[in-house]
Write a protein that binds this ligand. Structure first.
Ligand code: SAH
Length: 258
C-alpha cells in the first residue's frame, strides 16, 4: 500500500496503482495464486494477500508466477479470515461473477478503474473469491463496491481467477494512462514531390515500353490510383524515383549488369 504518485510511462506520466492490493479469499489452486502474482506484476498493482488458502504449494505457484511475479509471491501476506485481511484498507472492492441485485450497483472494471486512481486515493483492496463458489454473501458484506467483468452471456460469466485479476489490473493500467502511444501520423508528401515522382515514373515506363509514348498520362492514371490510396511520404516518393533512375540506367547499360 502506498499513495498514488505518477511516473513516466509510454504515454507521459502514468498514475501509480501500488495502493491497490489484491486479496484472494480462499483460493483452492496454488497455480491461480501464482497466476495472480504474475498479473499483479504485469499490471503494476500493489501486494498479494491470500486468505485461508486450501493448499500452499510454492513450487506450483512459482511455475505460474514466472520470474515476473516471483517477488510478488515472495512478499505475499497470508491471513486466516477475510475480515482480518481487509482491516488495513480504506476501500474494499469485491469482484463477483454473479449478478445478485441486492448487492448494490455492479460496476464494470472500466467504470470503476478511474474512481480508484483519484489524488490521495484510499488504500484499496480488490477482493477475489474462491474458484468454485466465488465470494459468499458474508464476504460481500465486508466490501464497499462491487465489480463484475462483462461476459458474452450469463451462462459463461465465470472467469478463471488469475484472468479476472489480470483484467482488473489491465483496466487500471489503461485508466492510469498506460496506453501504448499511437504511431505518429504519416506526413503525406506535397503535390510537388508526387508530381515529380509521377513525371519520372512516366518517362521510365515509356522508356521500357510499358506505357504508350503518344498518351502516357491517360494510362498513368491507373497507377496513380494505387498511390493515391496510400498517402506517400516524401521519402517514399524519393524511393520510387530512385527505382525509376536505376531502371533507366539499367536499360542504357545492359552490358554492365551481371
Ligand atoms: N463460480 C463462481 C466464480 C468463481 S471464479 C461464481 O459464480 O461466482 C473466482 C473468482 O474470480 C470470483 O470469485 C471473482 O472474484 C473472480 N471472477 C470470475 N469471473 C468474474 C467476473 N465475470 N466478474 C468479476 N469477477 C470475476
Amino acid at each position: 500500500m502506498s499513495s498514488p504518485t505518477s511516473k513516466p510511462g509510454p504515454c507521459g506520466r502514468v498514475l501509480s496503482r501500488r495502493h491497490i492490493d489484491v486479496i484472494l479469499n480462499g483460493p483452492q489452486k496454488p497455480e491461480n495464486i501464482g497466476g495472480a502474482a504474475r498479473a499483479i506484476a504485469n499490471m503494476g498493482l500493489g501486494s498479494l494477500v491470500v486468505v485461508n488458502p486450501r493448499t500452499l504449494n510454492p513450487e506450483l505457484s512459482l511455475a505460474m508466477a514466472t520470474a515476473a511475479g516471483e517477488s510478488v509471491l515472495a512478499n505475499m501476506r497470508i491471513h486466516e479470515t477475510l475480515r482480518e485481511a481487509v482491516e488495513p484498507y480504506e476501500l474494499v472492492v469485491a469482484t463477483t461473477a454473479r449478478i445478485g441485485g441486492r448487492r448494490g450497483p455492479l460496476m464494470s472494471p472500466r467504470q470503476i478503474a478511474p474512481t480508484l486512481l483519484i489524488p490521495n486515493a484510499p488504500a484499496t483492496a480488490l477482493v477475489f473469491g474462491p474458484e468454485r463458489m466465488g465470494l459468499s454473501t458474508e464476504d460481500l458484506r465486508l466490501c464497499h463496491k462491487y465489480v463484475k467483468i462483462p461476459t458474452d452471456n450469463p451462462k459463461s460469466s465465470s472467469l478463471n481467477l488469475a484472468q479476472a485479476v489480470l483484467i482488473l489490473g489491465y483496466e487500471l493500467l489503461m485508466a492510469a494512462g498506460g496506453e501504448t502511444p499511437p504511431p505518429p501520423p504519416v506526413k503525406p508528401a506535397a503535390q510537388k514531390s508526387l508530381n515529380d515522382m509521377y513525371d519520372d515514373l512516366e518517362t521510365t515506363l515509356v522508356k521500357i515500353g510499358f506505357l504508350p509514348a503518344d498518351n502516357p498520362g491517360h494510362w498513368l492514371m491507373n497507377i496513380k490510383k494505387i498511390f493515391n490510396r496510400s498517402q506517400l511520404t516524401v521519402g517514399e516518393c524519393d524511393l520510387l524515383r530512385g527505382i525509376c533512375r536505376q531502371i533507366r540506367w539499367a536499360v542504357n547499360n545492359m552490358d554492365r549488369l551481371e
